[in-house]
Ligand binder design. Structure first.
Ligand SMILES: C[S@@+](CC[C@H](N)C(=O)[O-])C[C@H]1O[C@@H](n2cnc3c(N)ncnc32)[C@H](O)[C@@H]1O
Length: 267
């Protein structure tokens, strides 16, 4: 997946570092309170879950993710760093039998865009929320508004004579359209959906080599590179390397990005 799709790598530093600015925006939007019980959907290695649990000192935070390696890593990190009121479960949020009306708040940092059946998934997640409980999730806006996506696609397509084609796989932009998402959430039992524009850079690494390794790990990149013949793949990687180099600044390789904070209440 793109540091955006479904198969998050079981490391902590890459994605957390990429999204340092986004993380702060989500933290503020979530407005977690001392006694809250928080559910983190698609929690990956659990930075946002641990963060939520630290704020909800008299409550708790549960992170769920469909990736077993991510959950193993999340548990290791929680054992090493705490806090004590955090837990992780290896589960598909789409149909996992969450305790009903247990949580005050559902959060997610780019972990809700990959459901096979979004209607069923958000209905299931909604059932876990108490009445009036809140959903606060960060999702990508459209691909063409995200410089990182435009650049990666252009670089891969530049392998002339190749069969690069579309990336395929899970779609990180599946919740980009506010009208469709509002409709989806209404159908799943949510109300008062709002969309707040988040315009922050992503940071792919401190230098070009680190950024290239990170971007090559995205599903959208690796799937295309696998399909190319070796010469075309080499050309695509060199084009990508040049693009990353052009975006290297004092604090790393940064790209413009656009996301939404989607907030809603269980009706
Ligand atoms: C882009 S990553 C974000 C991870 C994490 N929220 C973070 O910010 O580090 C998306 C995550 O969603 C998880 N995911 C995708 N589909 C899921 C599902 N149906 N149920 C639970 N987790 C899912 C993936 O395994 C992945 O860890």
């Amino acid at each position: 997946m793109r540091g955006a799709t479904g198969d998050h790598p079981p490391a902590t530093s890459g994605y957390d570092a990429e999204l340092r600015r986004h993380n702060e925006v989500l933290r503020r939007a979530a407005g977690i309170r001392l006694h809250d019980h928080v559910l983190d959907i698609g929690c990956g290695t659990g930075q946002t879950t641990r963060q939520a649990a630290r704020t909800a000192r008299e409550g708790s935070a549960l992170g769920v993710d469909v990736s077993a390696p991510a959950i193993t890593r999340a548990r290791e990190l929680a054992r090493a760093e705490g806090p004590g009121n955090v837990a992780f479960e290896h589960a598909d949020a789409q149909d996992h039998p969450f305790p009903q009306e247990r949580f005050d708040l559902v959060i997610s940092r780019f972990g809700t865009m990959f459901f096979d059946d979004p209607g069923a998934a958000f209905t299931n997640i909604g059932r876990a929320l108490r009445r009036d409980g809140r959903l606060v999730m960060m999702v990508w806006q459209a691909g063409e508004l995200n410089e990182w996506d435009v650049t990666i696609r252009r670089s891969l397509a530049a392998a002339e004579g190749s069969a690069a084609g579309p990336p395929g796989g899970p779609d990180p932009f599946s919740l980009a359209d506010p009208t469709a998402v509002q409709e989806l959430l209404r159908g799943a039992g949510f109300t008062d959906a709002s969309f707040t524009d988040v315009h922050e850079d992503v940071n792919y690494g401190r230098d070009v080599a680190a950024a290239l390794a990170w971007v090559r790990g995205f599903t959208c990149t690796s799937e295309v590179l696998k399909r190319l013949d070796p010469a075309a793949a080499t050309r695509a990687v060199e084009t990508l390397r040049a693009e990353l180099a052009a975006h290297l600044g004092e604090d790393g390789v940064r790209f413009d990005s656009r996301a939404w904070i989607v907030a809603a209440r269980r009706s």
